[in-house]
Design a protein around this ligand. Structure first.
Ligand code: ZN
Length: 295
């Protein structure tokens, strides 16, 4: 067998046997399409996704671990994955988020940049390190956003947002250049112009909203995940008054919950995705995408 054939067979064997350090065999580089990758299979979701195999994608291979059981069997995976956890990245842009996660030896399946580009950094067969006890049963997304702060204490919000006649927009510090944002010249404006003030985890916080492009992409991603993993319901945890819960769930409620939740629903020391995240509009859009009515 010639050298390159041995290399090819070796690469294929590694792809089949090693769930951890080696990504599945890389596809040829190609422009972003609209597919997410699950157990090596591709599923259309209707919004641009740059995978770890593509340029300029991000990869956590070597940083994550397999789901418990190390399965690459789609049926077993469907039985296991029943939560989709939303985070804000407190970095403002996905390129920085990726670097910070690497430094902190963390990982996540998706990063969602301000222009609505989704970056998939692991096959969804892998377990990512993003949400403690939910890691073994969840898919995670880090949404680019500077985060939420007690009113008046978020100096970075005033430093990073400028104003023009159309309202506030993200004005990156010069040292970040174009921030690696895929859409050239993209102007990132929050979906609602004023800082949103609200309660999360018993604390009053203020935050700039996510961009309309981020909501649009997230809705497509959540609907796509609900199709691939039918145990992920298009619903969030609810408080007794029917509103989306604003704090961490009890262990029992967390165990029973199969759907979309914020990091703050999983653990008490987190506030993401923060008070600005528009749960009701988002969930209604995901249900509409799936052709389902409100529960
Ligand atoms: Zn988080």
């Amino acid at each position: 067998m010639s050298g390159w054939k041995i290399g090819l067979v070796g690469a294929l064997l590694l792809g089949l046997c090693a769930c951890r350090a080696n990504p599945p065999p890389a596809a040829a580089l190609r422009p972003p399409d609209d597919e997410i990758v699950v157990c090596g299979q591709r599923f259309h979701i209707g919004t641009p996704v740059v995978t770890w195999e593509q340029f300029p994608g991000y990869s956590f291979y070597g940083k994550g671990e397999c789901f418990v059981g190390g399965t690459r069997d789609p049926e077993a995976l469907r039985a296991q994955v029943d939560q989709f956890v939303l985070h804000f990245d407190v970095c403002g842009i996905s390129r920085t988020c990726y670097r910070v996660l690497l430094e902190r030896k963390l990982s996540v399946h998706f990063m969602l940049d301000v222009d609505g580009t989704l970056y998939q950094a692991l096959d969804l067969a892998e377990r990512a390190w993003h949400a403690t006890k939910s890691n073994t049963r969840s898919i995670g997304v880090e949404i680019a956003n500077l985060g939420a702060y007690p009113p008046g204490q978020g100096r970075i919000l005033d430093e990073w947002y400028a104003q023009d006649a159309d309202g506030p927009y993200l004005a990156l510090p010069a040292r970040l250049g174009d921030g690696g944002i895929r859409t050239a010249g993209f102007v990132a404006r929050p979906a609602r112009p004023a800082k949103v003030v609200g309660e999360t985890q018993g604390e009053t916080l203020e935050q700039y909203d996510f961009t309309p492009a981020q909501y649009a992409a997230l809705e497509k991603l959540a609907a796509g995940l609900a199709r691939v993993f039918p145990r992920i319901e298009p619903e969030a945890p609810r408080a007794p008054d029917g509103a989306v819960a604003r704090g961490a769930l009890s262990d029992e409620a967390w165990k029973d919950f199969h759907g979309i939740l914020g990091h703050y629903h999983v653990q008490q020391n987190k506030t993401d995705p923060g008070p600005a995240f528009d749960w009701e509009d988002f969930l209604a859009a995901v249900r509409a995408e799936l052709g389902r009515t409100a529960p």
